[in-house]
Design a binder for this molecule. Structure first.
Ligand code: SF4
Length: 181
């Protein structure tokens, strides 16, 4: 019988949530028995190869490419999960939301103390995805079915949530996996 497929992506994130998923240690062997990974930085598959049962989203949307990728995950995945604080609320990248984008770009490319930019140009190659006016959490762009906050959520949190989703059980995580004090 074909195994369910899981896809993952890192949008405006740091890959720490992916590292946490890999931290399930020896259970990773069980995971590959249970699922096939589709599009994911874990296997470097760049495009979807079919319908996925679960999509794990790390990071919010900071640029137009993030939006395109997130929309494509919504299109290809039955269940979409926001993994980590960046996906669920913008996280560290969203600190820029308090400052207009033009000021952020000026600080990064024109005025910052370590900037050397004699041309005085902000990078504008068409290959570079356009920045959004602010960083958006994933659920403000597409419908998200589940949220796993934490920076990052622990390996156990991810493992137990994934097991529940794959076996069609409610995601009813014990308190110690969802408290952050
Ligand atoms: S939630 Fe934390 S670990 Fe996950 S991508 Fe954001 S900063 Fe990295």
């Amino acid at each position: 019988m074909a195994k369910p497929k899981v896809a993952t992506t890192s949008l405006a994130g740091c890959f720490g949530c992916h590292m946490s998923l890999l931290d399930i240690d020896e259970k990773v062997l069980k995971l590959v028995e249970l699922v096939d990974f589709d599009k994911s930085p874990i296997n470097d598959i760049k495009e979807f190869t079919g319908r996925c049962a679960v999509g794990l989203i790390e990071g919010g949307c900071a640029n137009e490419e993030n939006v395109r990728v997130l929309q494509s995950f919504r299109e290809h995945c039955d269940i979409l999960v926001s993994v980590g604080d960046c996906a669920t609320m913008g996280g560290i990248p969203a600190l820029r939301n308090m400052i207009p984008l033009t000021e952020c770009l000026a600080e990064a490319y024109l005025k910052g103390p370590s900037v050397h930019n004699p041309s005085g140009q902000v990078p504008n190659d068409p290959e570079i995805p356009l920045m959004l006016d602010k960083v958006y959490p994933s659920h403000e762009v597409v419908k998200i079915d589940y949220f796993l906050p934490g920076c990052p959520p622990s390996a156990d949190t991810l493992w137990q949530a994934l097991l529940a989703l794959l076996s069609d059980r409610p995601v009813d995580l014990p308190y110690e996996l969802i408290k952050y004090d």
